[in-house]
Design a binder for this molecule. Structure first.
Ligand code: AMP
Length: 488
């Protein structure tokens, strides 16, 4: 069974008279940072669903022509994150499943070429549904057993495909969409912020912990649902509220109504604040930018270092460097320049090409580095590959000392909820002590933000978060995957 880490974005619109395809295009564009491997959207017009999805960035997948062909008043849209080995258009979303009639779907036959795509219109008599998913289900045994009981072989399916198939299977037995979702919800054991669309409804569901973000906004009498709030201002939508953990929100002709499908146990993944979310988003009513700045303030309080200059690794660590510089009084320079047009799609996941990748991405500005004692700040260290090269780059540019400061604690535990931090043995802090990592990086010193400092910087109670990658406490049972985790 193929299980894929899905660090993605979802976006949806419901609104008669709104140009939902164009709004979704801009929504996906604002959420491009959450996934660059593939993009897609499905639009419903009350009769059938039109789908277009393909490999590449949002701007590579959609032309003006395609946007104009996607007609209707409801949409669901998705950006998928690139993962090693899983790069194929069959994993692109939205996923379509027939709610009536035949189980066969035409979308298994993509176009060929550099950017393969799938483009189709569903038959009205199929009662097709479309599903998009952000998150990851560590265990899919319950879903696989259920599908087997319906004579569906799920061995080739991703977790997202399994959810869509399970809902479709119940609809083909005569259940309506809402009832089918209610029945499948307890089988979805993991992290999910999911949107499901039928020809006349848009439905959002979130796991009981709300591990991945999801919220709803208003726009000209219609509604918009997005992974991150940064998508709303770009389309003129007004933030209403977060979708609650355990909630099912249904939007249809009658307006918006809500049901609770599971007992909420709110635990947002703190890694959204650390690395993943855009700084202009708000999570749990709190600005991501301000929290990252506070990480820097805390780092400066915890570490007194004599140095001449503070340099952030762009982009995520810039707010933390601002906070650090203000608190420590050490001036900040943007002395690592980033090529803005480089995307992960262009960097192969293999380790040796990753190493070259850092040089294609970052260039040192020698005049701000030469002869200086440098503090360099990054948001996190995962494998350690990037940090090692940054240290080398700074010494080559003439730094006399390189103090590496990390605006989060050591990442020691693998992720199962959709941020795709790799297997535990590849996480450098799972196998090496801070002193050993410092040696490996060849840094003058290495300091991490303390766990308590990270929590304090959010201004929110520790209990509001999943912090599994730092402490190995997994709020949603990871079931059979627990054997992959060693206590370190
Ligand atoms: P490395 O230590 O070489 O694996 O790279 C760590 C850098 O990648 C960090 O500085 C982050 O900016 C970024 N990063 C952190 N988490 C992730 C993730 N889940 N996927 C991709 N990049 C990440």
């Amino acid at each position: 069974m193929e299980l894929l880490g899905e660090k993605c974005a979802v976006f949806g619109v419901y609104g008669k008279g709104l140009e939902v395809a164009r709004l979704s295009f801009f929504g996906l564009f604002a959420l491009q940072h959450r996934g660059q491997e593939s993009a897609g959207m499905a639009v419903a017009d009350g009769e059938s669903i039109t789908l277009h999805k393909g490999m590449g960035l949002v701007s590579q997948v959609f032309t003006e022509d395609q946007i104009q062909q996607l007609k209707g008043h409801i949409s669901v849209a998705h950006n998928r994150y690139s993962t090693a080995g899983g790069s194929h258009v069959k994993h692109a979303q939205p996923m379509l499943v027939a709610g009536k009639g035949s189980v066969e779907r035409p979308e298994d036959a993509p176009s060929a070429g550099m950017y393969p795509y799938v483009s189709l219109r569903s038959a009205p008599e199929d009662d097709t549904i479309a599903l998009v998913h952000n998150g990851n289900l560590p265990s899919t045994t319950a879903l696989a057993d259920f599908l087997r009981s319906k004579k569906i072989d799920s061995s080739e399916y991703s977790d997202s495909r399994m959810m869509a198939e399970a809902i479709g299977a119940l609809m083909r037995e005569g259940k309506d969409l809402e009832d089918a979702i209610v029945e499948v919800y307890p089988l979805m054991t993991g992290a999910f912020s999911v949107l499901i669309m039928s020809k006349d409804k848009l439905i959002a569901i979130r796991d009981v912990c709300g591990i991945r973000p999801l919220s709803v906004a208003q726009l000209n009498g219609g509604y918009v649902i997005a992974s991150e709030t940064c998508a709303y201002p770009t389309i003129g939508a007004e933030f209403l509220r977060e979708i609650n953990p355990g909630e099912m929100l249904v939007i249809d002709e009658k307006g918006m109504h809500t049901r609770t499908l599971g007992t909420p146990n709110p635990k947002l993944d703190i890694f959204e604040f650390v690395y993943f979310a855009r700084p202009d988003s708000e999570l749990l009513g709190t600005s991501v930018y301000e929290v990252r700045k506070n990480f820097g303030v805390q780092l400066a309080r915890e570490n007194k270092i004599e140095a001449d200059v503070v340099i952030p690794v762009p982009e995520t660590a810039i707010p933390s460097a601002v906070g650090f510089s203000r608190t420590s009084g050490i001036p900040m320079e943007l002395a690592l320049a980033k090529n803005r047009y480089i995307h992960r799609t262009f960097i192969q996941p293999e380790q040796h090409i990753r190493e070259q990748g850092v040089k294609a991405k970052l260039t040192p500005i020698v005049s701000s580095i030469k002869g200086k004692r440098v503090i360099v700040i990054d948001d996190s260290i995962v494998r350690g590959t990037t940090s090692r090269q940054i240290v080398e780059m700074l010494f080559e540019a003439g730094a006399t000392e390189v103090h590496f400061l990390v605006a989060s604690p050591p990442v020691k535990f693998p992720d199962f909820y959709g941020i795709d931090t790799p297997k535990q043995e590849t996480l450098i802090a799972a196998t090496k002590s801070v002193e050993e990592i410092e040696k490996y990086l060849r840094a003058t010193s290495l300091r991490y933000l303390s766990y308590e400092g990270m929590i304090a910087a959010t201004g929110l109670p520790e209990s509001s978060f999943s912090t599994s990658c730092f402490n190995g406490v997994y709020p949603i049972d990871i079931r059979e995957r627990a054997k992959e985790v060693k206590n370190v």
